[in-house]
Ligand binder design. Sequence first.
Ligand SMILES: *Cc1c(COP(=O)(O)O)cnc(C)c1O
Length: 430
Amino acid sequence: MTKSQRLFEEAVKVVPGGVNSPVRAFGSVGGTPPFIKRARGAYIYDEDENGYLDFVGSWGPMILGHGHADVLNEVHKACEGGLSFGAATAAEVEMAQLICALVPSVEMVRMVNSGTEAVMSAIRTARGFTGRDKIVKFAGCYHGHADGLLVQAGSGVMTAGVPDSLGVPVGCAKDTLSAEYNNLQSVKERFERCGEEIAAVIVEPVAANMGVVPPAPGFLEGLRKVCDRYGALLIFDEVITGFRLGIDGAQGYYGVTPDLTTFGKIIGGGMPVGAYGGRRQIMELVAPLGGVYQAGTLSGNPVAMAAGIAQLTILQEHPDYYEELNRKGDWFFGQIQRLLEEKGKPWQVNHVGSLGCLYFTGRHVGNYQDAKASDTKIFAEYFKHMLAQGIYIAPSQFEAMFLSIAHTQDMLGKALEGIASWLSQQAETE
Ligand SMILES: *Cc1c(COP(=O)(O)O)cnc(C)c1O
């Protein structure tokens, strides 16, 4: 038995499912998860000293690769000064100024400790601002695990095979209207029925929790228009896309301006951080300035701020990194597509910049319904083959592959060889 297997045996006795987030479980692919001990650059290493080329990147944050020297250095320095004060610090001012400077739609920002918290708070703020209760979300979009958002919520929930969650009061979900991604008509219908009651539309500007589904041309612009017509707010959940598609996120990439934006993942450089912000007039409603209550003992934590500021500053100073990431993404996912065509496979590759996904379905994937058509049994075989080749992708069909600055052309080539060898094996067993 490997060390990881032994740890898993111990873990399941004291942690539900042996993992602290269900997306880490191997339930849908079989086997047990490697327990990771350390990481460097594009590689992670498990307790048995197996190295894996990592395409998860802690689900997005590690855009510079693992253990970036400058980030670690800033974290070490911050630790020396103390781990938490629960009082105002200079680092929080610097972080807020940085975010407001990088993302023009954000005039004021509040730091929190996770993406879930950021979204939950942004929605409360939108409800406070509009005096309305209902929100529109899209099937297959994930916005964290707050009660009202666990309605057709994508990846983790989807992989577990539970349509919703137990323990969510009917009253909490009743104000959540679900619409179809990339289908503006479905949004207009919700507004025609009860537009005066809708506080906000929340959307992942690139859906990255049902695999990767890019917005169709005009979709985000159309949401902006509908919201304006009815006086509802548009919230971009940029927990994944923020600082990934470009320094100004998906809103810069697609040129559509939301009223509120939520951040997480990259913004913390690997530490537990989230943030929400937007137009001054709206954010002025947040306590202690206004009547929308939201608080956090560890919010703006000095060590977390140090990691986030360091990572964002490096990204700000290197516009070339985004060109490189997007170019590598275009090449890598394009090569996967080419391999599939060579082998006569109808499967779909979706990608935007450094985010991508391979779906085992012959139908174009433009929404949740399409994504669900993917053959998860084939995915499980593909996953096992890749893991055995030392290539670590998320143990679910419905997650993105994340590239980082540390992924070299050679490394991506190695991953392509892994995919090619699996496709050849497939062809033999057919
Ligand atoms: C990961 C994610 C969240 C939740 O963030 P946590 O830090 O896991 O709470 C919210 N929205 C999107 C789009 C995400 O990808």
